[in-house]
Design a protein around this ligand. Structure first.
Ligand SMILES: Cc1cc2nc3c(=O)[nH]c(=O)nc-3n(C[C@H](O)[C@H](O)[C@H](O)COP(=O)(O)OP(=O)(O)OC[C@H]3O[C@@H](n4cnc5c(N)ncnc54)[C@H](O)[C@@H]3O)c2cc1C
Length: 397
């Protein structure tokens, strides 16, 4: 443990909290991670493992994802679990001419940032993925898209953090944030108070509830995603795939229209197909719905007719931590000393976990982060300050 190291409490044992704990502990920082349930019992244990570059908004979001991607190979070696990182390459399946035109524009923007991505016609797409329907119009392909096992990655971060003397507490719920003279001094939990110099809110879709404990409104909402798992069949997919509608639904729900919310498809090493996923605002309800499951199967069967040879064995749902602008909320909340946000990764938390942990640890240790965190600042959602230092409360919260 470093001398004079601050004591940092992280709330949440999902992929974000454990990645931050790992990156901090590696540098000898005194870290305590507090998780209400089990590690990966939130969204990080109820999701796909796509490390997709093509689904990220061109701009800071895609830049962050590309930097994150670079870190996965090192983690594969460094972490004690098999994170099953596979550079499979990825395809975005295009079903209509309108989608083709929209994707052409999108791809140009991605290429301008340096992403290796190209448009493919129907024949080239079917050469890559022979089991797709010949009715599709084409696809976009990037060799950089990859996949990973999100649970093994979360557990790997936590185990490696523990090895570096981080304290990982599970089954302990944070009930309140302790504050003295506008400075966070620790947390109150189900097993008592714990003092700290800094408190990091990495509570995923529940991060808004944690912020409310100190009267700060963070617009993070749970966005449910349902997933269908099939039995392990013969290998029919070589890449990870999403549909162009998925990108539309993610970045511009109006564009997705009535034709569905878009799908993602991946096949595990065992042969199970993981088909996802809905994007719904249903509060904290994690139940599957018949219409959600039917929609996923119907849309997948249209582009992947071979699905008829697979049987569904399981369904589950997770809650993505949604933010209004689709970007995570990372950094200190200026109105309360020592209160730091690290949440709101929506459908990208697995892909962005390595870079988030790295940048957050730099920031928490008072260093200048390798990538400027200003676009992700919590203050972008906070009311403007009056000249006397008080805050204008636009939401009345
Ligand atoms: C269906 C679906 C598919 C997805 N697919 C992908 C994908 O392919 N690629 C990708 O990159 N991302 C994907 N995601 C998104 C990804 O799962 C999330 O962005 C990521 O898991 C968020 O991690 P987190 O650590 O912020 O939150 P979580 O994993 O939810 O962790 C937060 C933790 O905080 C704990 N907590 C909350 N309140 C308290 C409290 N008071 N005290 C103590 N602990 C508390 C919770 O118990 C929880 O374990 C998907 C999500 C869903 C739902």
């Amino acid at each position: 443990m470093r001398k004079n190291s601050p004591h940092i409490i992280i709330i949440g044992g999902g992929i974000i909290g454990t990645s931050i704990a790992f990156h901090l502990a590696k540098q000898g920082t005194q870290v305590t991670l507090i998780e209400a349930g089990e590690l990966a019992s939130g969204s990080s244990g109820a999701c796909d493992g796509l490390v997709f570059m093509q689904s990220k908004k061109p701009g800071v979001h895609l830049r962050l994802a590309m930097e994150s991607l670079k870190r996965f190979e090192a983690l594969q070696k460094e972490l004690p679990t098999d994170i099953e990182f596979r550079k499979t390459g990825g395809l975005v399946v295009i079903e209509t001419e309108t989608e083709y035109q929209a994707m052409e524009k999108y791809v140009k923007e991605q290429q301008a940032i340096g992403l290796d991505v190209q448009m493919l016609d129907t024949i080239s797409t079917l050469k890559n993925e022979p089991f797709l329907s010949p009715e599709i119009i084409g696809s976009t392909y990037s060799p950089l898209d990859a996949q990973v096992n999100p649970i093994n990655l979360t557990l790997g971060f936590a185990m490696a953090a523990r090895k570096n003397h981080a304290k990982i507490m599970t089954g302990v719920k944070v009930k309140d944030i302790l504050v003295e003279n506008n400075q966070v001094t620790g947390v109150a939990t189900t097993i008592g108070k714990i003092k700290a110099d800094l408190v990091v809110n990495a509570a995923g879709s529940m991060a808004g509830l944690i912020s409310q404990m100190v009267g700060i409104h963070m617009p993070i909402k749970p966005r449910r995603g349902q997933i269908v798992v099939t039995h392990a069949g013969k290998s029919i997919l070589k890449h990870c795939l999403i549909s162009a509608k998925y990108i539309a639904a993610k970045h511009d729900p109006a564009l997705a229209g009535k034709k569905g919310q878009g799908i993602s498809m991946e096949q595990t090493d065992n042969g199970n197909l993981l088909l996802g996923s809905t994007r719904e605002f249903a509060g904290f309800n994690k139940e599957n719905t018949l219409s959600g499951i039917r929609g996923i199967i119907k849309q997948t069967a249209t582009v992947l007719p071979a699905l008829k040879n697979f049987q569904v064995i399981r369904t589950f749902a997770g809650l993505r931590p949604f933010t209004p602008d689709g970007l995570p909320i990372l950094g200190p909340v200026k109105s309360l000393d020592g209160f730091i946000m690290a949440a709101g990764h929506e459908g990208d938390g697995i892909a962005l976990s390595p870079i988030t942990g790295d940048l957050m640890s730099q920031m928490l240790l008072g260093k200048k982060p390798d990538i400027c965190l200003d676009p992700f600042s919590p203050d972008r959602f906070l009311p403007d300050r009056f000249s006397d230092g008080r805050f204008e409360n636009k939401d009345g919260i």
